[in-house]
Design a protein around this ligand. Sequence first.
Ligand code: GLN
Length: 192
Amino acid sequence: MTIGVLAIQGDYEAHKVRLEQLGANVTLVRKPEQLDAIDGIVIPGGESSTFLNFLAEHGFLEKLRDFVRTKPTFGTCAGAILLANQVENPPQQSLNAMDISIRRNAYGRQIDSSIREVRTKLGDKPLEMVFIRAPKIVRTGKGVEVLAKSGGDPVLVRQGKTMAATFHPELSEDTRVHQEFLKMVKNGHRSK
Ligand code: GLN
């Protein structure tokens, strides 16, 4: 089982370290053909519009769209923006993989970045969540399971084999979110 981490921009290295710590075999993905050799992918945080510019070349966007339709995918922050089927502030294209609407940079300058302890469905202990210029999930479709909410807004969601977080689990010590993703890859996908 090999997990890819999209390594165009952003904090892909921290995801790689975390996944390896959990025993996974990890490849940094920089070319579309590498998608053929992985069983699941993590799309890290960064700047979603920069990702889109890069993916526009060499048919990468189309190939990634096909990949996320069939294989487990986990998007954090900018990665979550790429997975949403509707993006606001401003509207932009996406991989169209999850029935959610998401608003970029939705928390304003003052609470731009924050660290919160949040209850989740991943066990009793609250999870530390690091938010950095986070987007806000403003709508979840019927098939979307909300695994955690903070301030009334979903911050960790899953739909079938796709999971998205508006925070950065790779920056906290708690490994539960990555563990959950590895479980999804092992199971192929969860039906929902
Ligand atoms: N603000 C970024 C965007 O809109 C996301 C920030 C992040 O990934 N930490 O794409």
